[in-house]
Design a protein around this ligand. Structure first.
Ligand SMILES: [Zn+2]
Length: 220
């Protein structure tokens, strides 16, 4: 039996062609292993959404979204609804509790909401050492967004690189959970953790080895 694990993120976000989607659904009916993988992916999406929310929105709204995700067969809409709701939930909750939003939070959340609602964006789960690292969203016009599950450890920054001919070229970096960049013509992206913020604010000036490699991802 051919397992379909590699197609599951695209399945979950509704990015598959009809033929591939039918194949995944047929396979899922009989394969326990892929069913469990799908559940793990859904769980990761929930976790990412939860960590986006510094102040929880009313619990009943999250419950409603969760049950919608469970019952809605059009997963893409459900996942995007979940992310949008998380981003908007933050705006709502902060508005009530703090009387306003900080510019940084506002910008970050607007970015996530914008990307989550873009039907042209592809989604891929990022993993490091078997653990979920976050999400990569990219568009065919050369833009991408990396959403990390956790902020970088104190004194470090995340760095996104394009890889070509065995060399790394800096694309974006910063002490933030959200990186947005032009990946241009690169087909391989690399993420690392860097310890010297002054070198990674908007990318290192020259290609150099990453301090701590996190993951590598090939775009189709
Ligand atoms: Zn399978």
């Amino acid at each position: 039996m051919e397992h379909v694990e590699e197609l599951l993120t695209d399945y979950l976000t509704g990015s598959l062609e009809a033929k591939d989607q039918a194949q995944v659904e047929a396979h899922l009916r009989t394969c326990r292993r892929c069913q469990e993988e799908l559940r793990a992916l859904e769980e990761t999406f929930y976790t990412l959404t939860h960590t986006l929310i510094p102040v929880p929105p009313p619990p009943e709204s999250l419950d409603r979204i969760r049950s919608q995700l469970r019952w809605n067969r059009r997963k893409r809409d459900a996942i995007r609804t979940l992310f949008l709701a998380a981003a908007l939930g933050v705006a709502f909750a902060l508005g009530i509790y703090l009387g306003g939003k900080t510019p940084i939070q506002e910008t970050a959340l607007e970015k996530v909401a914008y990307w989550a609602s873009d039907p042209g964006a592809h989604w891929r789960l990022l993993r490091t050492e078997g653990e979920s690292l976050g999400l990569l969203l990219w568009r065919e016009d050369g833009r991408c967004l990396v959403l990390f599950r956790e902020p970088p450890p104190r004194g470090t920054v995340y760095q996104l690189w394009g890889e070509e001919g065995g060399q790394l070229f800096p694309l974006a970096g910063g002490p933030t959970r959200i990186l947005e960049a032009d990946y241009g013509h690169f087909r391989t992206l690399v993420l690392s953790l860097e310890s010297r913020p002054e070198n990674a604010v908007s990318g290192k000036p020259r290609p150099s080895p990453p301090a701590r490699f996190l993951t590598r991802l090939n775009l189709p």
